[in-house]
Design a protein around this ligand. Structure first.
Ligand SMILES: *Cc1c(COP(=O)(O)O)cnc(C)c1O
Length: 398
């Protein structure tokens, strides 16, 4: 992997980000950047987007207190930003609705996407159904096998699912396949990237679309709690739900921001999915950030009990936030996430996604050390209905 900084001025977060892509994609990426800048200034576009967020996605999502979990931890008050209540059950729809609306405006009739567990594929297929656009989703063959229900869901929504048989047959390979498709189809096709990763402008575009989470949460905290939260906690896979809730608080120096990577089953290579803790700077999927690499610099295998966190890279803005110290990054392992999954279900009647359960576990520990006047805000990125079979089999194995 190369560390040499190759291309343009825009799209850098310190030494992270950039556009490490073949020449054929550079034009498409700047066209996307320009289209977004124009759309963001056009009230016809922003009004339509806001209307969709409100009446289709179901925003604003609630801010919910967690009184029994708070009492049990015996410290700071715990609050939940309820992205689990957004349409399709997670934050991913905020990004896909925005990008598909933009693609529609750009006159692109065909949409492609990568997906790991299928959550981003389902959210993309959903947005495409709403706009009547053709949708093709790349998914690793191993993931197609493990997540057959989401494959069926995408097909119900009218999407075509392409099985990718390369490499480890998972998300990394699906992303490579989608990028390859795009190189040959940029004229007619928009690639809806699913997180704050990839070449510029995707990290910025996806973060901007997801920032609705933090903007709402900020207003809701001022309104309900009478001030800003002391700590905001979110899980980090590629980093989009975390960037979305963190960014509107980034200038509030008194608000501590905590990202939670997947600690998996241990600290040895291949046992976790924590590139900010154990990775090295390198280039993956078109941008420079922290990447899990083996001794030869090849992208290494990662593990987490939650499919949404099982990615060897992380968004470049998180790499920068780590470097500048604005955000602290912790790790929560499979076992603690599983405990938090059960505890939030029992204490508050809310089943979190296994990804979100990582944030819940970290927030519980932080809250326990804080005084009762303080507040901890958790981004509950998704609901756990999709994970109950996996959780059952993990618990049965104990
Ligand atoms: C996909 C997913 C994640 C991880 O992706 P980020 O880009 O890091 O947010 C987290 N939570 C849920 C519920 C997801 O579906």
């Amino acid at each position: 992997m190369t560390d040499t900084v190759s291309t343009p001025a825009a799209g850098w977060f310190g030494s992270f980000g950039g556009q490490f892509v073949p020449e054929t994609l550079i034009a498409a990426l700047s066209q996307l950047d320009d289209a977004w800048s124009e759309a963001a200034k056009d009230p016809a576009f922003t009004d339509q987007f806001e209307s969709l967020l409100r009446h289709y996605v179901g925003r604003p999502t609630p801010l919910t207190d967690a009184p029994r979990l708070t009492e049990r931890m015996g410290g700071g008050r715990i609050w939940l930003k309820r992205e689990d209540l957004a349409h399709t059950g997670a934050h991913k729809i905020n990004n896909t609705i925005g990008q598909v609306l933009l693609a529609h405006r750009m006159g692109k009739r065909r949409i492609i996407a990568e997906t790991g567990a299928g959550q981003h594929g389902v959210a993309t297929a959903t947005a495409c159904a709403r706009f009547g656009l053709a949708c093709e989703v790349y998914m690793g063959a191993e993931d197609v096998r493990r997540q057959s229900l989401n494959v069926f869901r995408m097909r119900l929504l009218g999407a075509t699912v392409h099985e990718v048989a390369d490499g480890s047959q998972t998300l990394k390979d699906a992303t490579n396949a989608a990028l390859r498709d795009w190189m040959g189809s940029v004229e007619s096709t928009h690639y809806v990237l699913g997180s704050v990763v990839g070449p510029h402008p995707f990290p910025k575009l996806v973060r901007t679309l997801q920032s609705v989470i933090g903007r709402e949460a900020r207003v809701q905290c001022l309104d309900r709690i009478g001030g800003l939260p002391d700590v905001v906690v979110a899980c980090v896979g590629g980093g989009s739900n975390a960037a979305g809730i963190f960014h509107p608080f980034a200038e509030d120096d008194d608000v501590r921001l905590v990202g939670v990577e997947a600690g998996g089953s241990g600290d040895a290579p291949g046992q976790h999915a924590a590139p900010l803790a154990f990775g090295l700077p390198g280039v993956l999927h078109g941008s420079r950030s922290y990447v899990m690499q083996d001794d030869d610099g090849q992208t290494a295998d990662v593990h987490s009990c939650s499919a949404g966190l099982d990615y060897p890279g992380v968004g470049p803005e998180h790499a920068w936030w780590k470097e500048t110290g604005r955000v602290e990054y912790l790790r929560v392992g499979d076992d603690d996430a599983l405990e938090a999954f059960q505890l939030l279900s029992r204490m508050e009647g809310i089943l979190p996604a296994l990804e979100s359960a990582h944030a819940v576990a970290a927030a519980m520990q932080l809250a326990a050390e804080m005084d009762p006047q303080s507040t901890v805000l958790i981004n509950l990125s998704g609901r756990g209905d999709k994970d109950v079979i996996e959780v059952k089999s993990l618990l049965d194995r104990r």
